[in-house]
Design a protein. Structure first.
Length: 295
């Protein structure tokens, strides 16, 4: 059960944030309005609207998420490496393997209460499964986590037993291509930033497939390099400059001493003292006994 509170400049905006965070359609989320927008003078917003969102995940989806956290991410690099080694020899995929893949994915999505159609076909020595669903957000998950989990589990089921390893690729609504283009643009943008500043930038944690896209993009750009740091599932990419800029924190001179600066004068007088000692018209000697009175 997911139970979170979202805020926004309107109730609709708060609900939209919940839909984006949970990765499901709004009709599957139970909303409770905790507080409406409060406006002040001239219509300015004093406090945003607050909405409580509740969503009960299917049991199978929880099992998928748990499987990814424990083993899928750590084994993904190994699975990908095996797949790359078998790419050179394109083999025929047995019809029973296609059927096993299709049936397994269909059953999983049925347990997740997602209406969809699964198209499975043999391509380049592997199996490509495309999931066409109206609620594609639930199939893909946050940054493709659910899709990666389904792909990993499908690979285990299809490759169970003896026989050559078969690479399984799952996609939904062209997500893989869109994600790859997004990562390439991100790598190019960060690389240009690193070239200008000379400072390294650490990206968010990614799976091995996404990190490989970042590395392959950075290697084509002169003046920058990339490497992966950390442990799974929080392993991330660092993009650095080939000529890093050395910062001078102490700002000392050539002789090793800091340059002398004139101390700033501080005015410690209070505002009352300044106002009290300010010259007044009646303080003029030539003002006469009572001074000039203007009517």
């Amino acid at each position: 059960m997911k139970n979170e509170i979202f805020s926004g400049r309107s109730i609709e905006e708060a609900k939209a944030k919940a839909v984006e965070s949970f990765g499901v359609t709004a009709d599957k989320i139970k909303f409770t309005v905790l507080e409406d927008v409060k406006t002040g003078l001239f219509g300015r917003i004093k406090s945003e609207a607050k909405v409580q969102a509740e969503y009960e995940e299917p049991v199978v989806q929880e099992a998928v998420a748990e499987t990814v956290q424990t083993s899928a991410v750590s084994d993904a690099a190994e699975v990908t490496e095996i797949a790359e080694n078998t790419d050179n020899e394109i083999k025929e995929i047995p019809a029973e393997k296609l059927e096993i893949c299709h049936d397994f994915i269909s059953k999983i999505l049925d347990k997740m209460e997602i209406e969809c159609s699964v198209n499975v076909q043999a391509k380049d020595g592997g199996i490509v499964a495309d999931i066409d669903s109206k609620g594609s957000g639930a199939v893909i998950g946050r940054r493709g986590e659910t899709l990666d989990a389904l792909q990993y589990l499908s690979s285990l089921v299809v490759n169970k037993g003896e026989g050559d390893y078969i690479r399984i690729t799952l996609d939904s609504c062209g997500y893989r291509d869109k994600r790859a283009e997004t990562l390439k643009s991100l790598a190019e943008k960060i690389s240009n930033k690193v070239l200008k500043s000379g400072r390294s930038t650490v990206l968010e944690p990614m799976n091995p497939y996404e990190r490989r896209i970042i590395h392959s993009t950075v290697v084509k750009i002169d003046g920058v390099n990339s490497k992966s740091i950390g442990e799974e599932p929080y392993r991330k990419v660092v993009i650095a400059s080939d000529n890093p800029r050395k910062g001078n924190r102490n700002r000392r001179g050539r002789d090793g001493h800091r340059p002398y600066r004139e101390p700033r004068s501080l005015d410690l007088k209070t505002s009352f003292e300044k106002d009290y000692k300010k010259p007044r018209p009646e303080d003029d000697i030539n003002a006469g006994l009572y001074g000039k009175i203007e009517l």
